[in-house]
Design a protein around this ligand. Structure first.
Ligand SMILES: O=P(O)(O)OC[C@H]1O[C@H](OP(=O)(O)OP(=O)(O)O)[C@H](O)[C@@H]1O
Ligand code: HPA
Ligand SMILES: [Mg+2]
Length: 176
């Protein structure tokens, strides 16, 4: 797939994304209000970099930041099905309240892998938020704090790449 910038359509504007981050931040704040421990916020890099940054500013709760770098697309528009872990959380997460922050749940492979791996660290809870959820796959993943459900487009921008490019577009776009 080649991306012709002239054919790029806007699916979600920066304004819509920021409004969603605010709304999700409120829901998440409300959900954790009776939990006295900090939230362990985990950003799944690289794609989630911008959504993570927008969202955490809207969560009013003690929090620590953590980053994992996992990938499975390797330049194309199809998941390779194999998750490569490039870096992982170093801290002990036993009895911690983990909030996984993803940019997109597409096939569900990445988030399933992350949840399975974090469960091994015996946290007190794991909750999931994702800016985008593609409705094309029957992945059976429950997103606790869902952003936008989208049709089966390969989307780029706002952290999401095609062949590592276009992450810096200030909106989410697609090519028909
Ligand atoms: O539900 P899935 O089909 O697994 O797709 C979702 C994952 O794919 C993308 O990551 P990618 O592997 O492209 O790495 P990146 O975040 O570095 O772009 C995206 O950021 C999600 O983490
Ligand atoms: O639609 C997508 N765009 C970019 N990266 C992705 N990773 C999974 N799905 C997508
Ligand atoms: Mg990618």
């Amino acid at each position: 797939m080649d991306i012709d910038p002239k054919k790029l359509k806007v699916l979600l504007t920066e304004e819509q994304i920021l409004a969603k981050a605010k709304e999700l931040g409120k829901q998440i704040t409300e959900y954790y209000k009776n939990i006295k421990e900090e939230i362990v916020a985990v950003c799944a890099l690289k794609g989630s970099v911008h959504f993570f940054s927008d969202l955490v500013k809207n969560i009013d709760h003690d929090m620590t930041y953590h980053f994992v770098r996992v990938s499975s697309y390797h330049g194309g528009t199809e998941s390779s099905g194999k998750i490569t872990v490039n870096s992982w959380v170093k801290e002990n997460l036993e009895n911690k309240h983990i909030l996984l922050i993803e940019d997109i749940v597409d096939t569900g492979n990445t988030i399933r892998f992350l949840i399975d791996e974090f469960k091994k660290q015996k946290p007190a809870s794991i909750k999931l938020t994702s800016l985008l959820i593609k409705n094309a796959h029957d992945h059976g993943i429950h997103v606790d704090f869902p952003g936008f459900e989208i049709d089966n487009y390969f989307v780029i921008g706002y952290g999401l790449d095609y062949d590592e490019k276009y992450r810096n577009l200030p909106f989410i776009g697609y090519v028909e």
